[in-house]
Write a protein that binds this ligand. Structure first.
Ligand SMILES: [Mg+2]
Length: 251
């Protein structure tokens, strides 16, 4: 979170999120379909806790081999030290030895992109409640994620565990077929398919590149950019996209 948050901005967030629900309700009342697209990493979920858990596990397992990591995690309590990339995180933690870093990155990737660790992600404030409201209002909730199909089991488990609608009528999960496929290419290609399914009314993303391309693909949808973390080399966010801090609608 890099931008300041005022009561005015919260009021705007409340109103914009409410408008999405109202639009869905009115379409449902008229028997027309509506689709709401939610990204996962950095949008519905804060995945930094997954990385902390993994780094702790690696430090425990390879205690003698990784003394700097063990020391860095001793007393660790500041999630803001966890960066977008694990390399930058290790830098912030003071782990500098190239061989040590390479070994940690390899061990981290093996775990991070697997089924077993996604349950350590934490939903953003209000995320579960808002997605449930979107679903109850009658939209099809589409989870459109850069995670690949090999992570599907853990992904479903995590959503179900936290109470998100998943695997039931009015939900859809779209993962990448291949790990190596670029997220942006994947999200661009899926656009034509989504257009055939129905009207996209809302899009939630945390990557500026994805937000821009989905805004272009669905100009009639309300587009939201969640202020969490994103790629360091991201393009500027285009106009007409609402910035929100999380999914809370406060009275
Ligand atoms: Mg994301």
């Amino acid at each position: 979170m890099t931008e300041s948050w005022s009561p005015e901005r919260q009021a705007a967030q409340n109103e914009q999120l409410q408008q999405v629900l109202e639009r869905i309700r009115s379409k449902t009342e008229n028997d027309t379909s509506s689709l709401a697209i939610f990204d996962l990493d950095g949008t519905l979920f804060d995945n930094r806790a997954r990385t902390v858990y993994i780094l702790r596990e690696i430090a425990d397992q390879f205690e003698t081999r990784l003394p700097t990591l063990v020391e860095a995690l001793d007393g660790f309590e500041d999630l803001s030290l966890i960066q977008y990339g694990v390399g930058a995180t290790l830098d912030r933690l003071g782990v500098a030895d190239p061989a040590e870093c390479a070994f940690i990155q390899e061990q981290w990737a093996k775990r991070f992109f697997s089924d077993e660790y996604q349950r350590f992600d934490i939903p953003l404030p209000g995320a579960k409640s808002f997605v449930c409201k979107v679903h109850e209002a009658g939209a099809t909730v589409i989870y459109l994620t850069g995670r690949d199909v090999n992570m599907l089991v853990g992904l479903t488990e995590s959503l179900r565990m936290y109470g998100f609608p998943v695997g039931i009528v009015g939900t859809m999960m779209l993962t990448k077929k291949l790990f190596d496929e670029e997220d942006e290419v994947f999200k661009r290609n899926v656009g034509a398919y989504l257009k055939r399914l129905g009207e996209v009314v809302a899009i939630f993303e945390n990557e500026p590149a994805n937000s821009n391309l989905l805004k272009k693909a669905f100009p009639g949808a309300a587009s939201f950019f969640v202020l969490t973390q994103h790629r360091p080399d991201a393009p500027a966010l285009e106009g007409g996209i609402h910035k929100i801090r999380d999914f809370r609608i406060r009275r």
